[in-house]
Design a protein around this ligand. Structure first.
Ligand code: BG6
Length: 473
């Protein structure tokens, strides 16, 4: 659709930036924090682990000052369950609460709206040892943890996100980490975990509305539109299969409060259906999200399954690299898009399409909580980082966001991943996303100095111009 006039970004648009606790904070065993599963996973030997990360725990004041100077209106971060209730179910750790109170107060001092993710991949390790998300009891543990957060931070936090990328944890668990025994759970177990997360999420949304009537809460999923490789009807069905299983099924349960019919048929046919109690259906129905948080990195291109093992690609998949599944879909290439140095498709127009589709289906405001380009940024001798590719990537996505707004999508904010360099989920510290460079290597911690990249100054101007790219000088 071509327009004569574009709608501007709303005046109160939440220009922000994102991080997560385990990828940013470090201090993995300080002040009462216990290990989470990500701390204990077998980590690839050639890349950084999460123990020190960007040492935000000890730099939070300096970091927030830099966010304020950048002009952020909002900052999306996660709280580490292992700081608040170290063993997952027992005593509350006051030092953990203090850290997040200090961080939130610091943000408020600069008028930066905190957007808090309740859970970003980091289940307490002790809970995992007792079965983790495979056990129904983890639902109660999660709900109690969220109750502690709502009671302690409900006065200060208006925007809450439930579980970050449940679809990544269930469909690409290896990208988040491999347990000590080297074995990932089988699919049946993963779909039971998935169901428990759905119930935990629904209960947390209800609790949030009861305890914090002025707050808003929503799910945060990794959403990708699937293109059919050709106009062969079989390719269209395969693209729809995978878009449903990977994206709509997670959104439908979180937002519409019911399992998607195609997804349920798939689970039943393959003997993967979780145990669902009658009372669960009521819990799902009663949860009412206020908005949808969407992490968008790329689109994918899909061909019909050949019905044999060759459907599964030889290369390892991750959250943005599709693997294929026998009888469901095959991954295909798109000759019309570029890729990042890490093989992720770059598709800004795909963002507009995805926003339209999500808004049309659910009619809820959308907050983009992740989007960005991972790159091995280079620090020059004069302490500059010329990340023009990041400026290019983000400005192209902003252009498409404005078109989506003009299309009628209610987009309330944009929090690119990541506002500052953090450790990647499985590709170490060399894969950087931030507007702020953190001076450390994979293993050499150097001085952890924060250095503004070229994109920092660009994003600063962009926020001042409320997203009007043509007003940038
Ligand atoms: C998202 C996650 O899938 O992608 C983040 O929510 C993650 O935690 C981001 O860091 C980028 O992925 P990666 O694997 O490059 O760190």
């Amino acid at each position: 659709m071509l327009y004569k006039t574009l709608k501007p970004f709303p005046q109160n648009f939440l220009w922000g930036g994102s991080t997560s606790a385990y990828q940013f904070e470090g201090a993995w065993d300080e002040d009462g924090k216990s290990p989470s599963i990500v701390d204990m996973y077998c980590h690839p030997e050639d890349v950084a682990d999460f123990k020190v990360a960007s040492d935000h725990y000890h730099h939070y004041k300096e970091d927030v000052r830099l966010f304020a100077e950048l002009g952020l209106k909002a900052y999306r971060f996660s709280i580490a369950w292992t700081r608040i209730i170290p063993d997952g179910i027992g005593d509350v750790n006051q030092q953990g609460l203090d850290f997040y109170h200090n961080l939130i107060d610091e943000l408020k001092r600069y008028d930066i709206e905190p957007i808090v993710t309740l859970y970003h991949f980091d289940l307490p390790y002790k809970l995992d040892k007792q079965g983790g998300w495979s056990e129904r009891s983890t639902i109660d543990a999660f709900v109690r943890y969220t109750e502690v957060l709502f009671q302690n931070f409900g006065e200060k936090v208006k925007y809450w996100l439930t579980i970050n990328e449940q679809n990544t944890m269930i469909l690409h668990p290896g990208a988040i980490g491999v347990p000590e025994n080297g074995k990932l759970p089988d699919k049946k177990t993963l779909y039971q975990q998935n169901h428990h997360m759905f119930i935990a999420q629904a209960k947390a949304m209800q609790l949030c509305h009861t305890l914090c009537p002025n707050a808003k809460i929503g799910p945060a999923l990794n959403i990708t539109s699937m293109y059919a490789e050709t106009c062969r009807p079989e390719d269209a069905i395969a693209a729809h299969n995978w878009e449903t299983i990977r994206c709509s099924s997670f959104l439908d349960t979180a937002i519409l409060g019911r399992y998607n019919a195609l997804f349920l048929s798939y689970l039943q046919d393959r003997g993967l259906c979780p145990t669902i109690l009658a009372e669960d259906l009521v819990v799902l129905k009663n949860a009412q999200p206020d908005f949808i948080a969407m992490n968008y990195y790329s689109t994918a291109t899909i061909a019909a399954s050949k019905g044999n093992a060759s459907d599964i690609s030889a290369r390892a998949g991750d959250q943005q690299i599709m693997l294929g599944e026998q009888g469901v879909y095959r991954a295909a290439e798109n000759p019309f898009v570029d890729k990042t140095a890490y093989g992720w498709v770059i598709d800004p127009i795909g963002l507009r399409l995805t926003l339209r589709k999500v808004y049309e289906r659910y009619n809820l405001p959308i907050l983009i909580t992740e989007n960005g380009i991972g790159a091995p940024d280079k620090l020059n001798a004069d302490n500059t980082v010329n990340d023009d590719y990041r400026i290019d990537f983000i400005s192209q996505h902003i252009t498409q966001m404005q078109l989506a707004i003009t299309d009628g999508v209610e987009l309330i904010g944009y929090c690119p991943w990541s506002v500052i360099d953090v450790v990647s989920t499985h590709q170490g510290y060399g894969k950087r996303y931030g507007f702020i460079y953190v001076n450390r290597g994979e293993f050499d911690l150097k001085d952890m100095k924060r250095i503004k990249k070229k994109s920092y100054f660009w994003y600063q101007k962009l926020i001042k111009a409320n997203g009007q790219l043509d007003k940038l000088t």
